[in-house]
Write a new protein. Sequence first.
Length: 164
Amino acid sequence: MKEEDIKEIFQRKNLHRFNDVMAENFYLGTQKIHEDYRDDASNIWKGSPRSATVVRRFLEFEGVGVKIATMAANILARDFKIPLRDYICIDISPDVQVRRVFKRLGFISKNGSNDELIYSARELNPKYPGIFDLSCWEIGRTWCGPHKPQCENCYLEGYCPKEI
C-alpha cells in the first residue's frame, strides 16, 4: 500500500489521536519489515535472541522509544511465550501508573525519575525486571489512582505504607 492510502485509513477510522504521525510510522514500519526482515515480523525475535537484541530491533522502528520497545519485548515474552535467551534487558516500562505504584510501595523516591524506576525494578528482579510491568500498570489503573486510591481493594494493601 502507498503511504497516502494508509493515512486515509487512519483518518477515516480515526485509529489514533495523532493519525498522520502514526500512519507514517505504520507505513515506515511495514517498509522496515519488508526490507530488513524479509516480510516476516517474526524474524525480529526468531532464534531465541538475547532480550537486548529484541529491544534494540524495536528501537530501530520510527516512533518507537524505550517504553514501547520494552513493552513489546515484554508482551512477546510474557503473553506469547516467545523464547528468548535471557530477559535481563526487558525493563519495566516508564509509565505513570507503574511509577505511582512503585512510589507508594516505597521502591522509588517521591520524585523518582524514569531511570530510578527502571533501576529499582532491575534491583528487585535482575533476571527479568519487566515482569512487574503489567501487574503494576493494572494496579495503578484499577486501584492505585492519583487522587482517591482504593487501597482496601488492592492486592498489595498489606505491603503498601499508604503514604499518599
